[in-house]
Design a protein around this ligand. Structure first.
Ligand SMILES: CC(=O)SCCNC(=O)CCNC(=O)[C@H](O)C(C)(C)COP(=O)(O)OP(=O)(O)OC[C@H]1O[C@@H](n2cnc3c(N)ncnc32)[C@H](O)[C@@H]1OP(=O)(O)O
Ligand SMILES: O=C(O)CCC(=O)C(=O)O
Length: 376
């Protein structure tokens, strides 16, 4: 595959998740972290939101990061002026392209909206800015109209066109078809922006990349509007492990980044969340733990250290003899198979009662209660 760029929008679409509000320090810390691990481009916010947002964006801009910085704008001149006031050199200008959005938001006046887009692109270019255009709701747009808007954006001087599955209604097959069509007719790069309303955001982002999109929008932990966006950590690791595409990003810090964003957003990551959930490298089931003890590749698609995790074997309702013996032996306890089975039976009962796996301390207490003479 060709050179793919991540344009992370945790600080824009991520923060649009209902109830999430980063302060300046948090925005700066997230931007610094993303930059430090090698993320190529950051959509840092919406300058039109006013003073607070502008202050945060200016603070990020003053860091002189390696990542390119992009401000999000409507096709409104005052929005572009606010981006300029932040000292940004790259602006993203969005317009809705679906019939339903143009009707509801612009009373069907698509010509007016296209003229505004043209004026904004022209103004931004005159100010020496680099311009990207976003087709909001591209996935539900009439294909010919979408094509026209993208072609016009290119003609008017935009350097990239963003295909947005704004309400997450595509599947990977349709994403591939639609993005491939745009890629084949435009000479500027396409960016893919996906939402997770049906749990397909990452799959659709990958399908867009497969179809030739050179840039992909992500957010840390998949944070974002409604069900969120394609998760940065999922896109990076899927590209690396499934497609052998290394984006040059230091993946071993992905867990720390996830924790930073979880704290700043007040939105915890569910334990089974891909890549960064706390169960990602936790093995309880006897058959799995036995396999992993022989060779971790049996039940792990990549090594925990690759993303900052450590492997955990936990003892609970589904555990078997091998993992129990392994853990006890680490504490100098060697039981015969009957004794091990007896402990396992109690573990199962206790796990059901406690509705969780047991801690090592609880397990050692169980063994000592049994008073096996050779157990210490
Ligand atoms: C799919 C997306 O994620 S789009 C990004 C959405 N993000 C956000 O809305 C978060 C930040 N937004 C804000 O702070 C505010 O909405 C602002 C500052 C942008 C605008 O605030 P307000 O002036 O109070 O307007 P409000 O939000 O109520 O309504 C949106 C206005 O933008 C217009 N608008 C929406 N999209 C666009 C667009 N792409 N280009 C031009 N105008 C647009 C609407 O028609 C409406 O205009 P009107 O006031 O003339 O009727
Ligand atoms: O940039 C755009 O055009 C809109 C981006 C967006 O957040 C969306 O469509 O979901």
């Amino acid at each position: 595959m060709y050179q793919i760029m991540i344009n992370d929008t945790t600080l824009r679409d991520g923060e649009q998740a209902a109830g999430v509000a980063f302060n300046l320090e948090e925005k700066v810390a997230i931007a610094q972290f993303l930059d430090a691990i090698g993320v190529h481009e950051l959509e840092v916010g919406i300058p039109a939101m006013g003073e607070e947002e502008i202050r945060a964006i200016v603070a990020i801009r003053n860091l002189d990061l390696n990542a390119k910085l992009l401000g999000w704008n409507r096709a409104v001149l005052s929005d572009i002026k606010a981006s300029i006031a932040c000292g940004l050199e790259r602006v993203h200008i969005a317009i809705p392209v679906s019939g339903v959005q143009i009707a509801a938001k612009f009373h069907g006046q698509w010509r007016v909206s296209l003229q505004k887009l043209k004026d904004c692109i022209s103004f931004a270019l005159d100010q020496g800015l680099w311009v990207s255009v976003g087709g909001e709701d591209s996935s539900r747009a009439d294909e010919n109209f979408l094509q026209d808007v993208a072609m016009l954006s290119q003609e008017w001087g935009a350097s990239r066109f963003r295909f947005c599955d704004t309400v997450g209604v595509l599947d990977p097959f349709r994403t591939h078809l639609k993005v491939k069509h745009l890629v084949s007719t435009l000479s500027i790069p396409i960016e893919i922006h996906t939402h997770n309303d049906f749990g397909l955001a990452t799959a659709n982002a990958l399908a867009g990349i497969k179809a030739g999109a050179l840039s992909v929008n992500t957010t840390v932990n998949g944070l974002g509007e409604r069900a969120g966006n394609a998760a940065l950590e999922e896109v990076i690791m899927a590209l690396k492990c499934i497609y052998s595409v290394d984006l040059g990003i230091q993946t071993q810090h992905l867990l720390k980044l996830s924790q930073l964003v979880a704290k700043a957003s007040g939105a915890n990551v569910q334990p089974w969340k891909a890549i960064v959930g706390e169960n990602t490298f936790a093995h309880e089931s006897g058959i799995h733990a036995h396999g992993v003890l022989q060779n971790p590749v049996t039940y792990e698609p990549y090594a925990p250290e690759d993303v900052g995790w450590e492997r955990r074997l936990v003892i609970g309702k589904h555990s078997g003899r091998h993992s129990l013996s392994n853990l006890l032996e680490q504490h100098g306890i060697f039981l015969d198979s009957q004794e091990t089975q007896a402990i396992l039976d109690v573990v199962r009962q206790q796990s059901i009662l406690k509705k969780r796996s047991l801690t090592t301390e609880e397990l050692l207490n169980l063994v000592s209660e049994k008073r096996y003479s050779h157990a210490t």
